[in-house]
Design a protein around this ligand. Structure first.
Ligand code: SF4
Length: 180
């Protein structure tokens, strides 16, 4: 990675955008970072497809066919791919559905659950096909680095990214590593 701006792409799969919010929590350092990077596909740019990028940040696990497509697109286009947060690394909260049969979950939410007034399981053709389970991203594509936490602290993003911008391996301080 050289003098030209480093292209970073980000995506949220089955996540809550909390990891993206934590990334933005680096506050004024984002201005400093912005001098060295440009965003490709990201909720921050609204670019819909991941083009060739130096670094990809993936938040969230893999719960449906669209997540698989996006994740494979990132792997194909990003030189370095980073799994960000508990949902990407372990499945996180969305993976709590893995303890139940998928049909059972859908029926509870859309047919029998509290507050359901119009019982109907959505089946629009445009909805992505749900997977049987929620999978960690590394079970679908190869991941280069893992940034744990729910969400990872803002400084951990910097400690991960700044060395990578200089072509070095990142080192996250122990006090920035969280597994909750
Ligand atoms: Fe949200 Fe936590 Fe999952 Fe990040 S790891 S997407 S903050 S639930």
């Amino acid at each position: 990675m050289t003098d030209q701006k480093i292209r970073i792409a980000t995506a949220s799969l089955a996540g809550c955008f909390g990891c993206h919010m934590s990334f933005l929590d680096i506050d004024e350092k984002l201005v400093q970072l912005n001098e060295r990077i440009e965003f490709n596909r990201s909720p921050l740019t609204d670019i819909k497809h991941c083009g060739p990028s130096d670094i990809g940040l993936i938040e969230g696990g893999v719960c449906n066919a669209d997540n698989v497509r996006v994740l494979r697109e990132f792997r194909a286009n990003c030189k370095v791919l980073i799994a960000v947060g508990a949902c990407a690394i372990n499945g996180g909260v969305p993976a709590m559905r893995n303890y139940f049969d998928l049909r059972e979950c859908l029926e509870e939410v859309y047919l029998h659950g509290a507050g359901v007034t119009n019982p109907q399981i959505p089946d629009d053709a445009e909805l992505p096909l749900l997977l049987d389970k929620v999978y960690p991203v590394q079970e679908v594509v190869q991941i280069d680095y893992f940034l744990p936490g729910c969400p990872p602290p803002a400084d951990a993003f910097l400690q991960m990214l700044m060395p990578l911008l200089d072509g070095k391996a990142p080192h996250i301080a122990n006090n920035q590593l969280h597994y909750d």
